[in-house]
Design a protein around this ligand. Structure first.
Ligand SMILES: NC(=O)c1ccc[n+]([C@@H]2O[C@H](COP(=O)([O-])OP(=O)(O)OC[C@H]3O[C@@H](n4cnc5c(N)ncnc54)[C@H](OP(=O)(O)O)[C@@H]3O)[C@@H](O)[C@H]2O)c1
Length: 299
């Protein structure tokens, strides 16, 4: 049992999932994470189980039962010394398409006694190079839908009771490919569109839960390199640059809906919403700023 806020993030042995798990752990959260490669996941969890030795924010924010909130101080952790804090990030290796593994993830969170945030992040791109729909192998299409649509829904069905109880947050990680008809993105893109629509319906069916589809934008990750196998992707931002926008979403709890990380970052950069800034500075999760951000939700 813990009084710390608890998150469950799928696909957190690298990329965006790992960056988010590390950021939450640094802010005092317990984070259950998964990935299929057990060795890589264990190493990732060990690296995320370190925190800055001279934190600029309290290590364990005092968080009320409802809508636990991350601290929002600027992240200069990479510049500071770190020390190990075992047990913040809990690795459970497995495949999200496996029902027994999903149960193991939820059981791990249950042992911590609460669940405040679930991030359906693990995703399958499909064949690389990306095929046209005319030549897309149907087995690969099925596998992509199994990982990107069926598995997140199955996980959501397990986690809704504790999320309702905590007034928690559900994030599904989307993509611009969910809304744009890019040629050769016909395997992955429609699976993300389906995931978006699941999130939109969950948002109206589950008023006690904050439900967000979040488009992180391009990130310099293994998935992105597989999508552009012949390109130098070093100009894309690392996933760590997207994390502050996601932390902001979790902390501010705007109206459920679809959000682009870039819009959330722009809102903060141009200083929209002084009340929001004050709430963020206090590290509070509040319902009130919904009106500030509703207009920017991408439907
Ligand atoms: N990178 C981009 O430019 C971009 C743009 C838009 C949206 N996105 C979305 O952002 C999210 C994160 O992507 P990323 O770029 O960070 O990907 P990534 O670097 O390839 O990382 C994917 C993570 O998911 C895990 N994973 C994949 N399939 C899994 C499965 N079936 N079961 C359990 N874990 C699984 C991987 O570990 P294992 O392989 O060991 O399982 C890894 O930890 C995804 O939802 C993606 O669709 C990415």
């Amino acid at each position: 049992m813990t009084n710390d806020p608890v998150a469950l993030i799928t696909g957190a042995s690298r990329g965006l999932g790992l960056a988010l798990a590390r950021a939450l752990a640094e802010r005092g959260w317990r984070v259950v994470v998964d990935g299929r490669d057990a060795t890589r996941l264990a190493a990732a969890a060990a690296s995320a189980n370190t925190v800055p030795s001279t934190p600029s924010v309290p290590e364990k924010p005092s968080v009320p039962d409802k809508a636990a909130a991350p601290e929002m101080a600027s992240d200069d952790a990479g510049l500071r010394q770190r020390h190990a804090v075992p047990g913040r990030v809990i690795p459970i290796a497995g495949d999200v398409t496996d029902a027994a593994h999903r149960r193991a993830l939820v059981d791990a969170a249950a042992r911590l006694g609460r669940l405040d945030l679930v991030v359906a992040n693990a995703s399958e791109l499909g064949p690389s190079p990306l095929p046209t729909l005319a030549g897309a192998p149907l087995d690969a299409v099925r596998a992509v839908y199994e990982t990107n649509v069926i598995a997140p829904l199955a996980l959501v069905q397990l986690v809704l009771p504790p999320l309702r109880a905590s007034g928690g947050t559900l994030l599904t990680i989307s993509s611009d490919a969910a809304v744009e008809a890019y040629p050769r993105w016909g395997v992955y893109g429609p699976s993300k569109a389906a995931l978006d629509h699941l999130a939109a319906i969950l948002a109206v069916e589950e008023p006690a839960v904050g439900v967000y589809a979040v488009d992180p934008g391009d990130m310099r990750t293994e998935m992105h390199q597989r999508a552009f196998p012949d390109e130098d992707i070093s100009d894309r931002p690392p996933p760590e640059e997207v994390v502050p926008a996601i932390l902001r979403l979790i902390a501010t709890r705007p109206a459920s809906g679809r959000y682009r990380a870039a819009d959330l970052a722009v809102d903060a950069a141009v200083g929209r919403g002084p009340d929001l800034a004050a709430d963020l500075a206090a590290g509070l999760a509040v319902d009130r700023p919904a009106d500030l951000l509703t207009a920017r939700a991408v439907r």
